[in-house]
Design a protein around this ligand. Structure first.
Ligand SMILES: Nc1nc2c(ncn2[C@@H]2O[C@H](COP(=O)(O)OP(=O)(O)OP(=O)(O)O)[C@@H](O)[C@H]2O)c(=O)[nH]1
Length: 364
């Protein structure tokens, strides 16, 4: 069952990544459409290779889509490949900027569009890295254009564009770091909440002293096991156990000694019974065991084993105390209520007490 959950979570995450990839493709298409319209309106260089750009966009997206789809990207620390994808977007934007003329200033915002992809995924250090890469690409473009056609370059524009980009990127580094910290804090709080919830759930079903299940949890599980036994027609047995003359232990050696005995019984029973048996502290010095899928003989044998082991225990507070218990054991009769089932086991327990204690009494 857990394997299935892990698998489906991985599949879900991959589906989210593929969806994000489609979003990236959509953004690329908008960028291309803007470029195409820009060329048509003569706001871009007329020799802008729009078809080559479109081919490049498709190649980039198919490449990343396949990496994610085939699961190859999962070998990397970030299976969404955010940094590499952003770097590809920045390189393509730089290429498009080369052909932009009057629209250069407006087209700088495309860099910022690419940066938004990193805000939710990258920490401040990585945002700084990708921002430095962006600034480097743009600076290289400006230097290239300066040397290629110095007569067309207007120095104040170059410096202006360079500064606007640097300031905008600075804002993204700050914002990215802030949002990343916020996300980390939320994740940490969610983790703590989850832990606290698990702790509380454990406390709600356990008995403080022995660590066994408590009466409320037992009664809930009893109903479940009874309906399963009714459904599947499987044997189900209930044993109610009561430590013998326990008051004397308290009165003679003190409450702490009594607690030790209860604790020792709980340990022995938990170790000696099967994982599928449901053991709980029913109250005071009373315990219950529910045996699903077990024959009467096997239940009796398990109870006898426990009785013998318990009677052989030595306690640090008294060399000669041998604590014992009596128990009533009964099989579930199909269709009966929990109350009837428990009452029969209880009656058997009282018979065991009446017959001299330190025994397991069966009631059919
Ligand atoms: N130390 C300790 N004692 C407890 C706890 N819960 C109940 N008891 C004591 O268990 C004793 C139960 O006494 P009784 O009901 O008279 O039963 P008993 O002395 O075992 O006598 P029989 O059952 O007839 O053999 C009481 O003295 C309770 O105070 C507990 O958590 N710790």
């Amino acid at each position: 069952m857990p394997v299935f959950t892990v698998k489906s979570t991985a599949a879900l995450e991959r589906a989210i990544r593929l969806k994000r990839q489609l979003m990236a493709f959509y953004s690329y298409c908008l960028l291309w459409a803007g470029t195409f319209i820009g060329v048509e309106l003569a706001a871009f260089e007329p020799n802008t290779p729009t078809l080559a750009l479109l081919a490049l966009i498709v190649i980039i997206n198919v490449f990343f889509y396949l990496l994610i789809r085939t699961g190859i990207s999962e070998q990397f620390r970030d299976p969404s490949l955010t940094i590499v994808q952003m770097a590809a977007g920045i390189l393509l934007t730089t290429a498009i900027l080369h052909y932009s003329r009057e629209l250069r200033g407006a087209m700088l915002s495309i860099y910022f569009m690419v940066m938004t992809f990193g805000v939710l995924a990258l920490d401040r250090r990585r945002m700084l890295l990708i921002a430095a890469f962006t600034q480097l690409c743009f600076t290289s473009l400006l230097i290239y254009e300066w040397f290629e056609a110095p007569q067309q370059a207007i120095f104040s524009y170059l410096v202006g564009h360079w500064l606007i980009l640097a300031l905008g990127l600075g804002w993204f580094i700050y914002m990215g770091g802030y949002i990343h910290n916020l996300q980390s804090r939320v994740r940490e709080q969610r983790r703590r909440l989850h832990e606290a919830h698990n702790r509380l759930s454990a406390i709600a079903v356990r008995d403080d002293l022995t660590g066994l299940y408590n009466r409320r949890h037992f009664l809930e599980r009893l109903e479940e096991e009874m309906s399963r036994a009714n459904r599947e027609n499987n044997p189900l047995h209930l044993a109610i156990i009561d430590l013998d003359h326990f008051k004397q232990v308290n009165d003679t050696y003190g409450h702490h000694a009594g607690d030790d005995v209860l604790h020792r019984f709980a340990q022995l029973a938990a170790m000696g019974l099967r994982k599928s048996d449901l053991l709980a502290r029913y109250g005071g010095e009373e315990f219950v065991v529910l045996f699903p899928h077990t024959s009467t003989q096997a239940c009796q044998a398990a109870m006898e084993r426990l009785r013998n082991r318990f009677a052989q225990q030595h306690y640090s507070f008294s060399g000669d105390l041998r604590s014992k218990f009596s128990a009533g054991l009964t099989p579930y009769q199909p269709g009966e209520s929990a109350e009837e089932f428990i009452k029969r086991a209880d009656r058997a327990l009282y018979q065991a007490k009446d017959l001299g204690r330190n025994r397991i009494q069966l009631a059919n």
